[in-house]
Write a protein that binds this ligand. Structure first.
Ligand SMILES: [Zn+2]
Length: 334
C-alpha cells in the first residue's frame, strides 16, 4: 500500500467511529490515476465563497458543492404553521433570531455536487409552479456557468412540489434533459399509488398530481434507490423519514470531511433547528420526523459534518452546534 493511501485510510478510520451512515468516498478517490502527482496525502480543508447573490461555492476536500438558491416564499404566520405550539412562542423564536414575526419567509436552495468527474444536482426547486419569489434555479445555474444540460444526475430527497416541480417546465420539457433522475423507492411507492391518491383528502390532490405531471412520462427511466444504499458511486443515501414517508438525504466523505444534505429534515432553522421537537405543518408524520431530526443532528454535531438543508438561510450549508435543548446553524457563507 502506498503511503498516500495508508494516510488517507487512517484519516477515514478516525472519522468512521460510531456512525450509522455508510459513508462512501474517502480513499476510493485516491485510486491509481487520480493522484495529482503528489505522494504526500494532504487533506484539503473546507472553504466556501459567494459567487454572486444566492450562489456560493464550497470545496470539501476535492469535491465542489455549489449552493444555488431557487428563491423564497413568504407566507402569513398563523397558528397552523407549527401545529400544537402557541403562536406567541413561534413569534418569539422568530424575534429571537432577528427575523420579523408577522410572516415567515422560507428560502429554497438546491445544491450542485461535482465529484469524481460527475456533476449532480440535489433537488430541483419549484420551477414555474411555486411562490412568486421562487423558480430562480435555472437562471442562477446559468449565471455561474452551469448549463442545465451538463447535469448528469438529479437526486431527489422527496416528492413535495418545491423539490420536484423544477424537473419539468410548464411546456412539458425536461429541465435537465441529459440527467438520470434518482429517487427514494419508498417515496415513489407511496406517491405513485393511484388508490392512495383517490383516497387522499382534497387538500393533498395537488401534491399527488404534481408527482404525475413530473414523473409519469419518464416512469421507466427513473432510478429508485433503497434509502441507506449507495445511489451513485461515492454518494451515500441517508434515511430521514417523517417529513414524508421516504424522505432521504445524501452524503459523502472526502479528505477527512463529511457532507450531508438533509433536505427537509428541518424547515426554517430559527424555528425547527432551534426547537427540533416542533414540527412544521408540512411534516406528514411529525413523531417520526422529530426522531429523525434528533438522531441526525446529534450525529452531525458529534461528527462535525458540513450539513446542508433546502430551507436553510445563507448558503444553506455549514455547521450545526448544540444550544440549549436544540441546535444552532452557522452557514459557511452568510
Ligand atoms: Zn421543502
Amino acid at each position: 500500500m502506498n503511503p498516500t493511501r495508508r494516510a488517507c485510510l487512517r484519516a477515514s478510520a478516525a472519522l468512521a467511529a460510531a456512525s450509522s451512515i455508510p459513508w462512501l468516498g474517502g480513499c476510493a478517490d485516491l485510486g491509481p490515476g487520480d493522484l495529482p502527482g503528489s505522494i504526500a496525502y494532504r487533506p484539503k480543508g473546507v472553504r466556501g465563497a459567494a459567487l454572486r447573490d444566492g450562489v456560493a461555492r464550497t470545496e470539501i476536500g476535492s469535491t465542489v458543492v455549489t449552493s444555488v438558491r431557487d428563491g423564497f416564499a413568504t407566507m402569513p404566520l398563523d397558528e397552523n404553521f407549527v401545529p400544537g405550539v402557541p403562536l406567541a412562542q413561534v413569534r418569539q423564536a422568530l424575534d429571537d433570531a432577528g427575523l420579523g414575526s408577522a410572516s415567515v419567509t422560507i428560502p429554497f436552495t438546491a445544491f450542485v455536487v461535482e465529484r469524481r468527474k460527475r456533476r449532480m444536482l440535489l433537488d430541483a426547486g419549484n420551477g414555474s409552479f411555486g411562490a412568486p419569489g421562487s423558480g430562480r434555479l435555472l437562471a442562477n445555474l446559468r449565471e455561474v456557468g452551469i448549463e442545465p444540460a451538463s447535469i448528469q444526475d438529479v437526486l431527489i430527497t422527496h416528492f413535495h412540489g418545491d423539490h420536484i416541480n423544477g424537473l419539468r417546465g410548464a411546456d412539458g420539457k425536461l429541465a435537465f434533459p441529459n440527467a438520470t433522475i434518482h429517487v427514494p423507492a419508498p417515496e415513489w411507492d407511496w406517491w405513485m399509488d393511484d388508490a392512495r391518491m383517490r383516497a387522499a383528502p382534497a387538500a393533498m390532490r395537488g401534491a399527488f398530481e404534481a408527482t404525475r405531471r413530473v414523473f409519469a412520462p419518464i416512469a421507466a427511466d427513473v432510478k429508485r434507490f433503497a434509502p441507506g444504499a449507495e445511489a451513485l458511486p461515492g454518494i451515500a443515501t441517508i434515511p430521514a423519514f417523517g417529513h414524508t414517508p421516504g424522505h432521504t438525504g445524501f452524503g459523502f466523505e472526502d479528505g477527512g470531511h463529511r457532507f450531508a444534505y438533509l433536505g427537509d429534515l428541518t424547515n426554517v432553522t430559527a424555528l425547527f433547528l432551534r426547537h427540533p421537537d416542533w414540527a412544521v405543518r408540512f411534516d406528514m408524520d411529525p413523531e417520526t420526523a422529530r426522531r429523525s431530526r434528533r438522531r441526525l443532528l446529534d450525529e452531525a454535531v458529534a461528527g462535525n459534518w458540513v450539513v446542508a438543508g433546502f430551507h436553510w438561510p445563507g448558503s444553506a450549508m455549514g455547521r450545526v452546534a448544540r444550544i440549549g435543548d436544540g441546535y444552532e446553524f452557522a452557514p459557511l457563507v452568510s
